[in-house]
Design a protein around this ligand. Sequence first.
Ligand SMILES: [Zn+2]
Length: 161
Amino acid sequence: MKLKIRTGFGYDVHQLQEGLDFWLGGIKIPHTHGALGHSDADVLTHVICDALLGAANMRDIGFHFSDRDPKYKGIDSKILLKEVVHLLSREGYEIGNIDSTICLQEPKVNPHIPAMKACLAEVMGIPEEDISIKATTTEHLGFVGKKEGVAAFATVLIVKQ
Ligand SMILES: [Zn+2]
């Protein structure tokens, strides 16, 4: 039997606004500002969804969960991620590994990475060692550096037996 391996990529941005909850990687980060969006605006969870869907050539997160649908207003993005993993498994795909980068000027993300990994691993039903989460600032440059927004990137590998 031929082993089918595919890669996928995801990119997403959300505005930051004062007084909002800041959901990132499935957990709530203590901060003065939070990300703005139709859902809980969890940029890391969104890029993982998009990378997984892209790897399977199944369009993107907005195609499956429209930001015009009131059903998804304020929704916990972990629910969307779980559904994405389900969509892929229906097509016979398993997750190989995930690598991701969060671009945020502040607060420091690194102390929260172990909790994010544990959370996302449980949601996707994969070992923590298969999820890499990295964080970087943009050295005060651009919308991330000016603390106007948060961005993230992810690449994934999926496997079909
Ligand atoms: Zn998003």
